[in-house]
Design a protein around this ligand. Structure first.
Ligand SMILES: Cc1cc2nc3c(=O)[nH]c(=O)nc-3n(C[C@H](O)[C@H](O)[C@H](O)COP(=O)(O)O)c2cc1C
Length: 266
């Protein structure tokens, strides 16, 4: 069983990596073969929106015009039974590197599908197995009880990664700021990130997430997230009915009538 950690930190020896290592130890102690990709060490160019991947209609991984390390990363993800996304919290989100990475990933491992409530659907191209997924984010200034004000990254990863990788979300950790001591001076507040340390509890939780991921994979009970399953059937029925009455796409040629200026009005 293979588990891959995709780490988007800019500091290879920082808190994100430390937590990722605890996760890896947990997973390894339960029998998985675990590896980590440091995105920073890879060449990952920006998506150019050329739509080569998006326009590919055949099965398999969609091609890309950019020649860099994405092919290798994608094949390692595809062969894995589990993937953990690890990132520092930057500006209340994940790092730019993680978003650049997911931009490059999406239309290579997904394609648009038949509509789901009158909108474009999306389906994973890598649905040969259900992958166990999870995330760890590490914050510098915001304590855990205030997570919701600072962690836009985890729900984003959860929503995107499960759909893209035919995945089941096992769990996530927000490692908030545990400080060496309470800030006591202006100077402390100005240098808050430098008071940050990892607690034993955070490391324990990361370890436990590794154990749980392996256990979940072994259980064979993983269920993928698909767009259809995301929407409650009753809600879907009512929205579809609403869309029939008020189509949300204009038909070709059906431009709203332009206001005619009546002659002599001026
Ligand atoms: C550009 C930047 C933005 C950051 N934004 C936040 C933030 O919004 N909330 C927070 O709690 N910490 C923030 N931090 C602090 C990092 O989350 C913190 O230092 C983290 O533990 C770093 O992980 P690392 O050790 O893997 O680099 C920010 C740090 C940087 C460099």
């Amino acid at each position: 069983m293979k588990i891959l950690v995709v780490n988007s930190t800019y500091r290879p020896k920082g808190t994100t990596t430390e937590l990722a290592r605890s996760f890896m130890q947990g997973a390894e102690s339960s029998g998985a073969e675990v590896d980590m990709i440091m995105l920073q060490e890879k060449t990952i160019n920006y998506c150019t929106n050329c739509l080569k991947c998006y326009s590919f209609t055949e099965d398999g991984i969609a091609p890309c015009i950019l020649k860099d390390d994405m092919d290798e990363i994608i094949s390692r993800i595809v062969e894995s039974e589990g993937v953990l996304f690890a990132s520092p919290v930057h500006n209340g989100f994940v790092t730019g590197l993680m978003t650049v990475f997911l931009e490059r990933l999406v239309w290579r491992v997904c394609r648009s599908s038949s509509p789901v409530i009158n909108c474009m659907g999306l389906e994973s191209r890598v649905n040969d197995k259900v992958r166990a997924l999870g995330s760890i984010v590490s914050a510098g200034g915001m304590p855990e009880r205030l997570r919701k004000f600072c962690d836009g990254g985890t729900p984003w990863l959860k929503d995107n990664a499960t759909l893209m990788l035919h995945g089941h979300w096992i769990g996530d950790i927000y490692a908030g700021a545990e400080l060496e001591h309470l800030p006591q001076s202006d100077q402390d507040w100005k240098r808050l990130y430098f008071l940050r340390r990892l607690s034993k509890d955070q490391q324990k939780r990361a370890h436990k997430l590794g154990v749980s991921m392996v256990k979940a994979i072994k259980s064979g009970g993983l269920k993928p997230v698909t767009m259809e399953k995301l929407i409650n059937p009753a809600l879907r029925w009512s929205i579809e009915l609403y869309c029939k009455v008020f189509p949300n796409y204009r038909l070709a040629g059906g431009r709203p009538a332009e206001k005619q200026e009546k002659p002599g009005n001026k």
